[in-house]
Ligand binder design. Structure first.
Ligand code: ADP
Ligand code: MG
Length: 232
């Protein structure tokens, strides 16, 4: 099943002067893939992630999430699509400092309309999946950077999204901690989660089965093409 499909996507930021951040991008991601997006700073990686995650709309072209055309939807319907099908992991952990770890994870389901009790049960499961079952009552400030990123990953996973989008998830971590986060993403992928990871680190990208390379807003290489996979 195709989880994400970008067709002829262009993004122009209406700044002064306007910036064309993506040009005619075509990209298809199938269920179960683990994909790295690589490229230098400014090549359009974060813009691409925001469009794939329906956080922003393309200037032209279409973005389909699990077959549904986000560009044809109202903001309200897009928000529901995002809440139920997409999980985000960012470089900054974006945790609520006053709330417990369990509530931070449970809040990942707030917009999906899941009842409170069930949210907390699912949050406990998600924390077990990221190897943090015993820190549920801690505050984020009591955790290490690596543990905070695990909480953020648990929150992204809790709604069982069709795809997890991660933007430089190891960017704020030391190397050893970054490696443990990558090992966790590998394990989640083996368990069937579809994951896309943005990185400027080629060693990180080399661990993934598929690498998509960006330069100046264009996809200049995609290892899926070399494997004879249909290019759409
Ligand atoms: P990357 O994540 O690969 O570093 P970005 O997607 O953040 O690249 O940026 C791509 C290009 O778009 C850059 O030239 C950047 O300066 C520009 N850009 C990003 N966001 C905005 C914005 N909100 N307004 C104007 N230009 C932007
Ligand atoms: Mg970026």
């Amino acid at each position: 099943m195709t989880v994400l499909e970008l067709a002829a996507v262009t993004k122009v930021y209406p700044s002064q002067p306007p910036v064309t951040a993506l040009r005619n991008v075509n990209l298809t991601i199938e269920s179960g893939e683990l994909v790295a997006i690589v490229g230098p700073s400014g090549s359009g990686k974060t813009t691409l992630l925001h469009l794939m995650g329906t956080l922003d709309r393309p200037t032209t072209g279409t973005v389909r999430v699990t077959g549904l055309d986000a560009s044809a939807m109202t903001d309200r319907d897009v928000a529901r699509l995002r809440a139920t099908r997409i999980g985000f992991v960012f470089q900054q952990f974006f945790l609520a400092e006053h709330a417990t770890v369990l509530d931070n994870v449970a809040d990942g389901l707030l917009y999906a309309g899941t009842p409170h009790r069930e949210r907390r049960e699912l949050a406990a499961e998600a924390l077990a999946a990221v190897d943090l079952p015993d820190r549920m009552d801690a505050r984020p400030t009591q955790l290490s950077g690596g543990q905070r990123q695990r909480v953020a990953i648990a929150r992204a996973l809790i709604g069982r999204p069709a795809i997890v989008l991660a933007d430089e998830p190891t960017g704020n971590l030391d190397r050893a901690t970054g490696q443990s986060i990558l090992a966790l993403l590998d394990a989640l992928h083996r368990g069937g989660t579809t994951i896309l990871v943005i990185t400027h680190d080629r060693d990180v990208a080399a661990r993934m089965n598929r690498q998509v390379e960006m330069l100046d807003g264009v996809i200049v290489a995609d290892t899926a093409d070399q494997k004879g996979r249909a290019q759409s």
